[in-house]
Design a protein around this ligand. Structure first.
Ligand SMILES: [Zn+2]
Ligand SMILES: [Zn+2]
Length: 265
């Protein structure tokens, strides 16, 4: 299983990266042909991400998009995917799974500026995420865990074949946007990689929206994860700040993601 960092800037697109989008890839059998192929699942698709996704994979080969929540910095570029599949090279392909909190297509309509008569039948197959209910996409399973944010949202645990040992199931937990809470910690328990949002520093005292580096570290320790990757850092924040904060609570492997990176899991 591979994690490709398509976009990782917090709350917006930034000078060095698009907004949130992470591509998870794994090899598995195709149900139609029986042949092994690469499966592609995008986690979030914020502003600027669709164009950058194209540098990692042909968008025609996407199997599913999973939205952690409906904030524009995580879903805004779904409109580009819609155009690609209705009028572009993706025209005529089967509808792609679009999963997220209940009402995800309503959010797409709002961004698109259209009414309820627009069903996106040719482009999207809507799936509502439910905490604890796994969604199977080829060799990958995606299991949501309830987040603590300003709108309904989920962190997601993605499990699939280990890159180094395909007989073993490896795991990634992506927090989406959330403050530290028991449900997110439980969802991440024992994950090989914790991809954790770090939208706040200790300068911000409001609760229920984002984590700080210190709260990510505490969560990582409670969940017993293998490796921590910080993301969703605001473009005006020096990444050294959340890293230093995380170091106060987490002694294990720690990094900050950058657009274009590929992490094997
Ligand atoms: Zn966000
Ligand atoms: Zn958000």
């Amino acid at each position: 299983m591979r994690l490709r960092i398509v976009g990782c800037t917090g709350s917006m697109s930034g000078p060095r990266s698009a907004a949130s989008c992470y591509l998870v890839q794994a090899e598995g059998p195709d149900p139609v042909t029986g042949a092994t192929r690469t499966w592609n699942v995008a986690l979030d698709m914020g502003p600027g991400a669709f164009g950058q996704l194209w540098t990692h994979v042909d968008p025609c080969d996407l199997d599913a998009v999973v939205f952690s929540h409906g904030h524009a910095d995580h879903i805004g570029d779904v409109i580009s995917l819609h155009v690609h599949r209705r009028w572009g090279p993706g025209r005529g392909l089967a509808p792609i799974v679009l999963a997220g909190p209940e009402g995800v297509l309503d959010r797409v309509r709002q961004i698109d500026g259209v009414g309820p008569e627009e069903a996106y039948e040719g482009e999207f197959c809507e799936r509502s995420l439910v905490a604890g209910r796994a969604l199977r996409i080829g060799p990958l399973t995606v299991t949501p865990a309830t987040a603590w944010h300003s709108v309904p949202g989920f962190g997601v645990r993605v499990e699939g074949p280990s890159e180094g040992d395909p007989g073993r199931r490896a795991s990634l937990f992506y927090t989406g946007d959330t403050d530290q809470c028991d449900t997110i910690t439980a969802g991440a328990r024992g994950a090989d990689v914790l991809l954790a949002e770090c939208g706040f520093t200790e300068q911000e005292t409001v609760r229920g929206i984002h984590m700080t580096g210190a709260r990510v570290g505490e969560m990582a320790r409670l969940a017993g994860v293998g490796r921590v990757l910080l993301t969703h850092i605001q473009p005006w924040t020096d990444p050294a700040v959340p890293v230093a904060e995380a170091r106060t609570t987490w002694p294990g492997p720690l990094g900050v993601v950058h657009a274009g990176e590929i992490h094997t899991i």
